[in-house]
Design a protein around this ligand. Structure first.
Ligand code: DQQ
Length: 539
């Protein structure tokens, strides 16, 4: 009931109760989308980890099935951690996952469908060869997990990566196999100069440099780049580079950059993500785990913890320098009532309500036109970390060209608000667009993590409109700046701006006016997530 559970979402994927973390082995198979995820069947905190399993025809509405993978043998008795699906020739899905074995070592195991003619693939059988990959001597057995989807080279051999840490440095180890059973270690795929924690949940896939087509994981056309994503230090970082299976060498264009001026999928809360190739719609889809920013005690009280992001399609930008992400088209089926404003001046110092929609469960798109760019404030210090800039230039600090944007999940008196906004600044003679998500006033409740997030949007505000899409869903706001070039996700727990008391505003707290070219906002319907049909009895 919504009054008891004001923070449960309407159109994000979440189980009915308990803890959820990483998305695992997403796939499209025989007309059905599958999502597995790290799940604690017995509580709202991390522990007792199994692979829960849900299926969907449209990636929006889901049916929860029985847990697919849970501890059964010495190779996974202490937990079934993250992993991926590979579609083997003859269209046979194989799950590769990290098992925590009897000695608490991390080992890599396989599970196969019991019966591939079951359209829902409800039962999975562990391979008699488990464990297939055990930690090599040079790695700590506590840092060896999260196998990727495997890809096939020109030599027909399979490759996959396992996340790891060697001598205190995060890395991904490449393995090769002819038969998908015996795996040989090749070595680190790439040695980063960035000093990081262990690389969790690596993901490695090709993107086309030419078209808006997506590529299957083994695709090796000429016009491709490869994306390597790794999760560490609380974020999902990626690099782009060239990779060919002939040499298995990955030559990168950039290195992981720890500051928020580097490439990240999302500059807010977003972790342990994974992509898959959707052969039905020929696109690559990204799922990410959005964790809570409240306390464990609060999670126990509400009985659940963790969301999945809206599935996003991923492509390379036209410049080829970064990725763009966009909520999958199917999301728009949930749009109900729409309100639209065209060509409107937004004077400096104004706050205008967007009324007529359900502001706690909405989708909003707005684009701003800058008419007086000469007024942009200059920032000339050398190292500008956008996230730090956003924590000093909050939504309530008066600027010049900015802050302007949206106040989501706001109370009528504006005491509570999650502000997603832009600043146009001049840095070393060039115009830059800063995007921020300011949680500092998101709730009157104490004990919450209200860190502000930020990133730059790679665009030219002299010629392009500055666009923002925010998908608002009770306790989550996923924002896409510059048509998906810069994404920021926030988790918030307002105390006043709850349910039909929540409001949405467009604001400009700069001294200079900007123009709203177009603003459209929609009420969003609920996605259907049907209850579990049958679950194993608690231990
Ligand atoms: N979560 C899993 C691990 C992974 C981590 C355990 C990332 O396999 O490294 O639940 O959130």
């Amino acid at each position: 009931d919504a009054t008891d559970q004001p923070y449960r979402t309407g159109y994000h994927f979440q189980p009915r109760r308990n803890w959820m973390n990483d998305p695992n082995g997403p796939m499209y198979y025989n007309g059905v989308y599958h999502l597995f995820y790290q799940y604690n069947p017995y509580g709202a905190v991390w522990g007792n980890i199994v692979w829960a399993h849900s299926v969907s025809y449209d990636l929006i509405n889901w049916v929860n099935l029985e847990d697919a993978i849970y501890p059964t043998g010495p190779f996974d008795v202490n937990g079934c951690w993250s992993g991926s699906v590979t579609l083997l020739p003859g269209d046979k899905p194989a799950i590769f996952y990290a098992g925590i074995d009897l000695k608490n070592r991390q080992v890599q195991n396989i599970a196969l469908p019991k019966n591939t003619s079951d359209p829902l693939l409800r039962e999975w059988v562990k391979s008699p060869h488990n464990p297939l990959i055990t930690p090599p001597n040079e790695t700590d057995p506590n840092f060896f997990r999260d196998p990727t989807t495997a890809w096939q080279g020109e030599d027909m051999a399979w490759r996959l990566l396992v996340g790891s840490q060697i001598k205190g440095q995060g890395t991904a180890i490449l393995y090769k196999s002819i038969d998908f059973i015996r795996w040989r270690m090749i070595g680190s795929l790439f040695n980063s100069m960035a000093e990081t924690d262990m690389w969790e949940c690596p993901d490695f896939y090709p993107v086309s440099t030419r078209s808006r087509n997506s590529l299957e994981t083994s695709d090796q056309g000429e016009l491709t780049k490869h994306v390597l994503k790794a999760s560490f230090n609380h974020h999902d970082y990626y690099v782009l580079g060239n990779y060919k299976t002939k040499t298995d060498r990955f030559s990168v264009e950039n290195d992981f950059t720890l500051s928020s001026s580097g490439l990240r999928y999302d500059y807010g809360k977003y972790y342990a993500s994974k992509t898959f190739y959707d052969s039905a719609k020929k696109r690559r889809i990204l799922w990410g785990w959005i964790n809570e920013s409240d306390s464990k005690a609060f999670d126990n009280k509400k009985g659940w913890s963790g969301l999945q992001s809206i599935p996003r399609s991923v492509l390379l930008t036209e410049t080829g320098k970064q990725l763009v992400q966009w909520p999958i088209k199917e999301m728009e089926k949930l749009r109900a009532k729409e309100v639209t404003t065209l060509s409107k001046d937004l004077k400096g110092g104004s706050v205008v309500e967007v009324s007529g929609i359900t502001a706690a469960q909405a989708d909003v798109k707005v684009s701003f036109k800058i008419t007086d760019i000469a007024k942009a404030e200059t920032i000339d210090h050398n190292s500008v970390d956008p996230q730090l800039l956003c924590s000093s230039k909050t939504a309530s600090v008066r600027g010049k060209l900015g802050p302007f944007g949206l106040l989501a999940l706001a109370s009528e008196d504006l005491k509570e608000q999650t502000a997603i906004y832009f600043h146009v600044l001049k840095k070393h003679g060039k115009f830059v667009v800063l995007m921020c998500s300011d949680q500092s006033r998101s709730s009157l409740t104490g004990g919450l993590d209200k860190t502000n997030y930020g990133g730059f949007v790679d665009m030219d505000p002299r010629h392009e409109k500055i666009s923002l899409r925010s998908s608002i869903d009770h306790s989550i706001v996923e924002s896409f700046g510059g048509e998906g070039k810069t994404c920021i996700t926030a988790r918030v727990y307002p105390s006043l701006a709850v349910g039909n008391r929540a409001r949405l505003y467009v604001f400009n707290n700069g001294t200079v006016g900007v123009k709203i070219s177009r603003l459209s906002a929609w009420s969003m319907r609920n996605a259907q997530i049907a209850p579990i049909s049958k679950r194993r009895k608690p231990k």
